[in-house]
Design a protein around this ligand. Sequence first.
Ligand code: B12
Length: 600
Amino acid sequence: MRIVLLYPPPWKIPAPGEEPDCSGEGPPSNWHASCSFDGDTLHIPCGLLSLAAQVRHAGHEVTVLNLYTFAWRDVCRIIECFPADLFGLSCFTSNRRGVLSTARLVRSTYPHAHITVGGPHASALPREMLEHCAAIDTVVIKEGEETLKDLLARLAAGLPAQNIPGIAWREAEEIKVAAPRVLINDLDGLVSSFLYYDDYIALTSRGCDCTCTFCAAPFLWQGKTRFHSAGYVLDMLEQMISDHGHKAIAFKDDTFTADRERVLQICRGIEKRGLNVLWSCDTRADALDEELLSSMRGAGCQRVSLGVESAAPEILRTLNKRISPAEVLAATAMAKKFGFEIRYYLIAGSREETAETLAETFQFIQEALPTQYIFNPFTFLPGTKEYLIAERDGRIQPEQFFSDDFIECTSAPADPALQRMMENLQANPGVRSGWHYSAAERRAILERFPDVPAVYMDLGAALYGEGNLIEAENMVRKSLAMGYPLPGLGYNYLACIAYAQGNLKATMEHLIHAREQGFHQVVETNLQSVQGWLKADGFRSSRTLNLVAGHSFEITCRRQQPVTPAPITLHDPRLPADAAPLVVVPVDSVLWQRQGGASV
Ligand code: B12
């Protein structure tokens, strides 16, 4: 069968210069053209890539399109060029409105195609999705691989798409929900999406054993974690590195270290297979210990991110986090012994938050000193315990997710002091820098890891920060000679060092060399600064050139379909496949202004 899997835009995005749609399907009322989408929302759902890989492997003809930032005018043209028997749309809370518009568009273009919708938002509100959108035929609830395969088999046999475990459907104007789908027992039985698709995010497990009230994972994955085996993960890593050229990878499992033995096996495997890659992972403060951290650092782990949420015990109780601030402090201190970047994920404004509890969290950051932290405003996500509590208390209704144009559903605090604090945080969203290692601390860490190139780069960076240019250069060169996976960042340091030493020729040579190693934001920024400086006659004027140095674990979002939205080449379906393309639909450049905003 011909299948098109789509990540629809969040709403009908107007093309540059076009008036926004005013029928209720356009941008949110508080949206303005200078806003842009952050790198996290525009990444295609990893599950959609998994679905695509499974059905492609089963012999179907599959196209996956990430339309998240495309102007609506272009979405219409693209849909016209991709006829299919089944369209599958992935629905998060953030793009729920665009999903409905896209389903209607597909229905009007292909009256006989089957339209199915899945994903975290649709899984929580399947009846409502069908009630509000006659264009949708079925909703796939929760894990989708097996359900989609059954659905395709049913459609191929010309049978009605009804009563398949894991779906909701419409039958004679009535909405029905079938029995739940049993979760896949052996995740290793799934074809890795990296066989067909390139991505920098890797998931090595599904679900979480915890029951945090703000998270939809307990609902989506039934409160338990299933893991891919270490061997499967290592093969997956090899595919990412060898087939797709990745040198920095983000493991985004809910709790990557939930099974410590498996992580130790993965780390040993990385070393044994000689996989030269930097990586990060997300986990909990109570799922770390020294042996584990030491292995992870030796195997290329550069950053550990912890779900901290709050430092106020009463808020942690409300959220059912089951981690104390003391445990976070201990985990942070432990991770610092091995030189990790330590990032905290924090929530501001959850139920029962007060100006005092939020101040307590601010104070805690000053004590615990993570290297980075991010505050997200509390949001109600359908499927979470918080959502159920708010619905029970009459503070929220499912209908709002269809009638209101918010991107994420937040609640304004009654206390003006808390409101002000929240506004200040929101005025400056994203990753915040915190504590830095000194050169002396980095030197002590190097003694533990004399064979790890990244540890030399860390020391070089600290020395550079402290103005010790000669030693900094030695360490950066040593790291490069040992095979540091992101040499462009090393050459960028050399450029900064050369400039600080007054050697402009070497500065330029290093920057050009840095650019040849692949795209890095710091290198691009520096090259632009040099150009601006030269234009302003920097040699003769007293203007100083400001160069930025840094090698903080960074993933560079490449602009490529379907991982991130990128230009799509359209072919006339009536002409042979090798005929010249009809047109290439670019991505509206305005919407890419802040594409570097990914926090992975
Ligand atoms: C990895 C991850 C990320 C990664 C990658 C996200 C991505 N695009 O896949 C990054 C870091 C980029 C990310 C970002 C964010 N995330 Co996130 N993330 C996760 C996490 C931990 C795992 C998701 C995952 O890949 N699971 C495994 C795959 C297999 O599952 P899946 O993608 O859901 O797909 C399966 C089914 O949903 C279904 N399915 C999905 N689409 C479709 C389509 C069709 C046609 C069919 C048939 C089936 C189907 O089948 C798939 C295969 O089984 C989950 C928590 C969790 N444990 O689920 C949160 C989660 C998905 N994230 C969430 C949120 C809120 C966010 C953010 C808004 C961050 C924030 N500020 O809080 C951003 C933006 C997300 C967005 N697009 O709007 C929520 C989403 C809830 C919602 N209702 O929208 C979750 C559930 C966590 C939570 N807080 O409850 N996230």
